[in-house]
Design a binder for this molecule. Structure first.
Ligand code: KIV
Ligand code: ZN
Length: 517
């Protein structure tokens, strides 16, 4: 993957499934990762970091499974500078068409002293040993200096030189704690590329965290400084405040090509769809005003703006919604629409469902038409995403009845199936949602704590479907679940159950995301 720095192509390295998954509550199942891997590959991502294979058997299997579906993208796995990690990573990427080992070690004084308990000469030796070992398995080796932006410059140069000598083909300079300013970050790249022997034969890479809201600005500054790979994540997912948002980088380069003449191979018309897949499988809704993929990113509210838009779209729009896959909202169908028209609509929205799944979706669509006057594309997307997320789950909501209102106590009565067995329970609570969650806990006992409960309307109007997100945590792991329904309380029950199912799946996977950086 090494490219001369004068070239104008910027390699897009997606870490949604690795750094993104380290966001509390964003754990993904193997099936989720395979679905996302396919979508990223089709969108034109160059390198997909699918996980940290030595964290657990589940992580290992997930990385391997993603590799099996990639047509073009390079499959990448993360490993610490330890032989066991590197060997396990090599095994996980072995069957992929193209595989990369990404190995890292901390280089800043604070990390070396307090995290690694190592002297700088030991770190330097570990750089050489880890890259040398990784090169035995693949010619595509990336080396990262964790906390590079707080590393003494002379030591960083020596580490980079050691990694290049040992055979690294990509050198990543992470702003691990999101501390840098753009001009400082750019200067680090200019310095390393200008002064480290062998730098002209490798690709330099940025990896920016968003603690000060500068991750995208820093990534673009790195490109100005000579980086030709950007590490990023959809919807800006990642540790703490997240990573640089892939969609923002791609569009910043596209829209402002006259200032930054670099290109990616991403097809931006996929951005909205892939962003929604990430939101669905992580349970992290996209904020309304999120750049590029937010629901309001192309809405114009003020009269002056609307007037300008009607006269000429470019008065207030620097890109068109359709460029990024945000179709104009269309009123689709209603009660009288047939199965064939519904199937066509699904295909247009990018879904290919099996006959059984299509029959279920059509049934739910008809149900929705009975409850909601206008059915929009967003409603169909929420309905089908919800169906995909809830299919074949261990716990399923069959029926719910709630007593709510000013005369308490509120109560809920729920029928579930748990591993195929019917279970019925009632419970009271402080409000209807609390009562529902108590009833579910009585039917499917668990130790998880509720961390977040959030409701968003899918479209406008009082008959809009509610998109409910629930985050649960147990034993240091958090997971999210999401569900959509025209009835907010039904959506709440289903979202809670979705989170419980995910918790079970993640516990079964025995993952250890926290063991990563
Ligand atoms: O932020 C970071 O430093 C990382 C490395 C493991 C690349 O995620
Ligand atoms: Zn990171």
């Amino acid at each position: 993957m090494s490219a001369p720095r004068t070239a104008s192509k910027v390699v897009v390295f997606d870490t949604t499934m690795r750094d993104g998954e380290q966001s509390p509550g964003a754990a993904m199942t193997l099936e989720n990762k395979v679905e996302l891997g396919r979508a990223l590959d089709q969108m034109g991502v160059d390198v997909i970091e699918a996980g940290f294979p030595n964290a657990s058997n589940g992580d290992f299997e997930a990385v391997r499974a993603v590799g099996a579906v990639l047509e073009n993208a390079v499959l990448c796995g993360l490993s610490r500078a330890q032989p066991k990690d590197i060997e396990r990573c090599a095994e996980a990427i072995k069957a992929a068409k193209r595989g990369r080992i990404h190995t890292f070690i901390s280089t800043s004084p604070i990390h070396m002293k307090h995290k690694l308990n190592m002297e700088s000469h030991q770190v330097l030796d570990a750089v050489t040993a880890s890259v040398t070992l990784a090169r035995k398995f693949t010619a595509d080796v990336e080396w990262s200096a964790e906390d590079a932006t707080r590393t003494e410059r002379d030591f960083l140069r020596r580490c980079v030189e050691a990694a290049i000598r040992a055979g690294a083909t990509t050198i990543n300079i992470p702003d691990t704690v999101g501390y840098s300013y753009p001009d400082e970050y750019r200067a680090i790249f200019e310095d390393l590329i200008g002064n480290v022997p062998g730098a002209d034969g490798v690709t330099f890479s940025s990896h920016c965290h968003n603690d000060l809201g500068l991750a995208v600005a820093n990534s673009l500054a790195a490109v100005q400084g000579g980086a030709r790979q950007i590490e990023c994540a959809l919807n800006g997912l990642g540790e703490r405040a997240g990573n640089a948002a892939l969609e923002e980088i791609v569009m910043a380069l596209k829209v402002r090509g006259e200032s930054l003449p670099y290109q990616t191979d991403i097809d931006p018309s996929h951005l909205m769809r892939v962003s929604q897949i990430v939101a669905r499988i992580t349970g992290f809704p996209v904020q309304y005003n999120k750049a590029i993929v937010g629901k309001n990113a192309f809405s114009h509210e003020s009269g002056i703006h609307q007037d300008g838009m009607l006269k000429h779209a470019q008065t207030y729009e620097i890109m068109r919604p359709e460029d990024v896959g945000q179709g104009a909202t269309s009123l689709v169908m209603g009660k009288l629409s047939g199965r064939h028209a519904f199937k066509n609509k699904l295909e247009e929205l990018g879904y290919a469902l099996s006959d059984n799944a299509l029959a279920d979706a059509f049934h739910r669509f008809k149900d929705l038409c009975d409850r909601k006057r206008n059915v929009f594309d967003e409603d169909i997307i929420a309905l089908v995403d919800d169906q995909i997320a809830h299919a074949d789950q261990a716990i399923q909501v069959i029926r719910l009845r709630v007593v709510a209102g000013t005369e308490g106590p509120q109560s809920a009565e729920i029928d579930l199936t748990v591993d195929g067995e019917p279970v019925w329970r009632t419970a009271r609570g402080n409000g209807p949602v609390d009562a529902i969650f108590n009833a579910i806990k009585a039917a499917a006992p668990h130790e998880a704590q509720l961390e977040l409960y959030q409701v968003q309307a899918v479209t406008e109007g009082t008959d809009a479907q509610a998109n409910v997100s629930v985050r649960l945590s147990a034993n240091g792991r958090s997971v999210s679940g999401r569900a959509a329904d025209a009835d907010t309380l039904v959506a709440s029950a289903r979202a809670y159950v979705a989170a419980l199912n995910r918790l079970k799946a993640v516990q079964a996977r025995g993952r250890g995301a926290d063991a990563a950086a």
